[in-house]
Ligand binder design. Structure first.
Ligand code: KG4
Ligand code: ZN
Length: 358
């Protein structure tokens, strides 16, 4: 296949995003609209609100990307769209818009699995990242540890049993009312906690290891979240803080919560590495790589701790820049490039027959 360009559309959660990536991995254009501000006002994502916001912005997000860089839709080779997993109402907006473009301009439609796209984004940045490799996805909605064998083959070693790590960071930050402080106003819960934790004591409260008796690599974060909630409540009573007030020892609680989450993730990854070692699944030293993706991957305390665990097994850690780790259109377009390049059977050449449930 000669040079080609793929448009990627992402609306699985609260970001309306689009990008064009070419066959060499060059980002030809991208745009992004985050609904975070609105959802923060409501105290969480309300699916119907998310859907309406996607509907409101999808056209401008996609056409901004096209017009600003002067890429006519006709010059694109295919349209890649996130199909799952995500909020059904949100996904629907991107899918119908993508299908409409695909049919109107007679371009192949490439259905994209959001998690696979996260897992493969590092291959856009690290050109020498060959299969197989181990990938850890830690985001606002997901936590999973997977053995990536090819563009379409993933063996899941561990999955979240309850809350996702980013979600717990957000909930603990909210319980601490960190957003009432100017320095954290425009930060996500995770960013706020990481920043606050820098000046805190990671051993402020103790939490027993989670799932340590389980013989798999699954994750559970709700117990860690509840332990933090209990500690916050205790401190609120102790310091008699007002309704909108922030407890004075919040950095200690942030540091301790971040520590318990990190310790849990490190334990599960350590278990996975031991398993891969035992089963001789990755023997070539060049493939001993752990790729960390998703919004929480930008947490440096977590990344450095995982790097230490990995070094004991002679594994190297990789993490794309934060803008590529969180939800974006580039990862969808790039996954489209990878599927298009290999002429994947997933590509739909007659999208008018694509049946989308409203
Ligand atoms: O990947 P992403 O956009 O979420 C999903 O696709 O589900 O990542 C957003 C999540 C939020 O929960 C946010 O709090 C978290 O990533 N996050 C962090 C950090 N930066 C963002 N969590 C911990 N430490 C950070 N530095
Ligand atoms: Zn995501």
């Amino acid at each position: 296949v000669s040079k080609f360009r793929i448009l990627g559309i992402e609306t699985s959660c609260d970001d309306t995003a689009a990008a064009v990536v070419d066959s060499d991995g060059n980002i030809c254009g991208e745009s992004h609209f985050s609904q975070q501000e609105t959802h923060l006002e409501f105290g969480g994502i309300i699916p119907n609100v998310a859907k309406e916001l996607h509907k409101l912005h999808i056209k401008s997000v996609v056409s901004y990307r096209v017009k600003k860089k002067k890429i006519p839709v006709n010059d694109l080779d295919a349209i890649a769209v996130t199909m799952k997993p995500g909020l059904a109402l949100s996904l629907w907006v991107g899918m119908t818009y993508g299908k409409h473009l695909s049919v109107e301009y007679n371009k192949p439609f490439i259905p994209i699995h959001h998690m696979e796209a996260h897992a493969l984004t590092p291959r856009l940045v690290y050109k020498d990242l060959e299969f197989p490799f181990l990938v850890l996805l830690v985001s606002g909605g997901h936590c999973l540890l997977s053995f990536a064998k090819s563009i379409t083959e993933f063996y899941t070693l561990g999955l979240q049993l309850d809350d996702a790590p980013g979600e717990t960071f957000d909930k603990v930050a909210r319980q601490l009312k960190l957003r009432n402080m100017d320095m954290f106003k425009n930060k996500s819960g995770g960013e706020a906690i990481e920043l606050a934790a820098k000046s805190g004591d990671p051993f402020n409260y103790e939490v027993r290891s989670v799932l340590s008796g389980k013989r798999n690599c699954d994750f559970s974060f709700s117990g860690l979240k509840n332990a933090a909630f209990r500690r916050i409540k205790e401190a609120e009573e102790q310091y008699k803080v007002k309704a909108s007030g922030v407890i004075p020892n919040y950095p200690d609680i942030c540091a301790s919560f971040q520590y318990t989450v990190t310790r849990h993730i490190c334990h599960r990854v350590q278990r996975a590495l031991a398993f891969l070692e035992m089963e001789n699944l990755i023997t070539d030293p060049a493939h001993k790589k752990l790729v960390i993706s998703g919004g929480v991957a930008s947490n440096q305390f977590l990344f450095q701790s995982l790097t230490k665990v990995c070094s004991q097994f002679n594994y190297k850690t990789y993490s794309p820049e934060p803008a590529l780790c969180t939800d974006n259109g580039i990862m969808i377009a790039w996954n489209g490039v990878e599927l298009y390049r290999t002429n994947s059977s997933r590509i739909i050449h007659n999208p008018e027959h694509l049946y989308l449930v409203d």
